[in-house]
Every structure is written in C-alpha cells, then in structure tokens.
Design a protein around this ligand. Sequence first.
Ligand code: KG4
Ligand code: ZN
Length: 338
Amino acid sequence: MKDGKFLTIAFESSCDETAVAVLAEGRNVLSNVISTQIEIHKVFGGVVPEIASRHHLENINAVTEQALTEAGVTWEEIDLIGVTKGPGLVGALLVGIATAKAFAMAKKKPLVGVHHIEGHISANYIACKELVPPFTALVISGGHTNLVEVTDYHECCVLGGTRDDAAGEAFDKVARVIGLGYPGGPLIDKLAQEGNPHAVEFKRVYLEKDSLDFSFSGIKTGVLNYINSEKQAGRKIVPADVAASFQQAVLEVIVDKAVSAAARMGEKKLVLAGGVAANSALRRLLKRACAEKEIAFFCPPPVLCTDNAAMIACAAYYAYQAGIRDDFTLDAYPALPL
Ligand code: KG4
Ligand code: ZN
C-alpha cells in the first residue's frame, strides 16, 4: 500500500546478483530481492561475464515481480525507477538498464542512473535512519577500495584509493592460493576465526607518510612465497593461520587509514560500505578503533553490504531529490569514475 509515500523501485545487475528492491521515502525497505549466481560461477573460480549477463536476463522479470509482490505495491503506485549505470560488467549492467528503461517508458515513470559505489554508501542511510552527511566513508568491495568524504547526499570527493587491486580482489585471490573456493572473502572471514592472526607477519603496506591510498597486489605474492618456502622446508602449512594472518595484515592498514581520514575531517563520523564491509573482523576492529578516537561508527547489516538493489533505490531517491533525471539515452558505464 502506498499510503501517500514516495515509492522507488531499483534494479542492480552490475556483477553476479540480480536484485530488485522497493523503498518508501528513500530509506524504508518494503522489499529487497536478491537472486545470486554464486553457485553458477563457483565452478569457474570467478564470475564469467557472458554467463552473468545471460542469467540476469533470465531472472530479472521474475525478481521484479517478486519485489513488487513482497512490497505489496503495483507499478502504478511507483514514483521513481533507479538503476545501476556503472561501474561493473558491461553486459550485466545492460540487462538492468534495458529493463529500467523499458519500464520507465511503458509505465511513464522518471528514471535515475546510479553510481554503484554511491549505492554502497547509501546502504548506511537505510541501516541508520539518523545518519546525515557530511561524513567520511570507507568503501571496500570486489572492485573498489576508496576513502571518500561525503559532503552531501549526492556529492563526494575522493580522499584516497587503491593503486592496484581492490581489497575484495585480494581476499578472493589469496583464498584461491590457500585452496578455498569462490567467493573468497566470506570463506577467509570464517576460516580466520580459527587461526592465529600473528602466526605469520605479512608486510603492512602503508605507502608514503600520511597517504590515504592503498596497495594490495603485493600481499598475494607474499602469501604465495610464504606457502612455497614452507613447503620447500618440509613444514606443514596451517591454512587457518595463513588466512588469519593475511586478514590481519590487510585490515590493520585499512583500519589505520580509515580512522586517520575520519579524524582529519571535522565531523568525526566513519561509514563503512561495500562487500568487504561484511567482514566480521573488520567490523570489530573498526568499531574499537573508532571508539578509541571518539569517532561515531556506522555500518549496514551484511545483507546490505554486498550487492543489493535497496542501496541503489536509496541513492536514486536522493539523486532525484537533488534534481537529477536521466532519459532513454542512459547507457552502461563499465569504468565509471567516482
Ligand atoms: O560489493 P560486492 O558485493 O561486489 C562488488 O561491488 O564488487 O563485493 C564483493 C566482494 C568480494 O570480493 C567478496 O569476496 C567480498 O566482497 N566479501 C568479503 C566478505 N563478504 C564479501 N570479504 C571479506 N569478508 C567477508 N565476509
Ligand atoms: Zn558492489
């Protein structure tokens, strides 16, 4: 039931989740349907773009129907359509965009294309109703690692980012090296809970003094070299210790830089976003570090950290409030900068 509320429906298909959500007043989730393709891509050890596009195409209509049914609303009651326009896999993005444009045209609804990372940050508005900009955000996912100053709902400036691999990419690559499955992040998270985080001291990469940039490409080689040298020496490798030590090395740097960025900004508010934000150790370490520095810490529940359409609907709502509109020339932007 609409009850005079502003309703946004949004589509997210940038990688391997086909997701559709309906939100009321930009922050209240009426439905958040996520159809994941993880099982399909698992056998290949990573997302196969062509297969992802095909499955989005097969699933998107049923997921849309389910999102409307669960929300208890009809197309006629919808006020706005949001969709991820990039970055992401081009073929995958195009499925969501074509669907959003088709419905916008057929149902005569306004359309707003959303930056995927702006979506991830917006998940925090859903999780925490009192959160308002400005704040510092740490966005860490499979494709991105950024420290961002969010100055308004639809405005931000980048403070730092990765110079090579994204944090999630490092988790996935190291998981493969240790012999875990895909996606590696959640598996390392789980295995690390049984290991000693100080068993192996992998290098902490801070770059130049005061830099808010990151580099994660070296640690995969570090883990590989460690495993090879232990094997050559005939010593037994304890995968849980390697997972815990890798995670500790990466997270220590991330936490230090995020807290120092938030402390440099006046507001003293740190917001966590993106798939890696679901990591239990990261959430625990950041919470503690923020408390020590009297920085308010916000993070969404894990289901809103990994890809979903509720976060896209929220970002679309605030972009629409700021006067943003897209027309039917809206396209997919696989490498869209922040
Ligand atoms: O945001 P997301 O769902 O997709 C992208 O936009 O990339 O992030 C996916 C990434 C993957 O690299 C996955 O391994 C990682 O997030 N991830 C995690 C955890 N859950 C997902 N990394 C560490 N710990 C987790 N619990
Ligand atoms: Zn994402």
